[in-house]
Design a protein. Structure first.
Length: 66
């Protein structure tokens, strides 16, 4: 594994750690899920994915759901 491969691996591991820490799902895991379970569907963009996650968690007006 070259230097850039190690950097990429480290970044992905850190991204998953921080997303788990704050309770946000990982976009990379979403893409893996879509490729494995729904290959016929077009996955959401990163922006669409995070907007949906934030709305599901906090609601469309920014207040947290109970």
């Amino acid at each position: 594994m070259g230097v850039w491969g190690k950097v990429t691996y480290f970044y992905r591991r850190q991204e998953r750690f921080w997303h788990l820490l704050v309770g946000l799902p990982s976009y990379d895991r979403y893409l893996e899920h879509m490729a494995k379970n729904h290959p016929d569907k077009i996955p959401k963009t990163r922006k669409e994915f995070f907007i949906e996650v934030q709305e599901a968690r906090y609601g469309s007006n920014g207040t947290k759901k109970c």
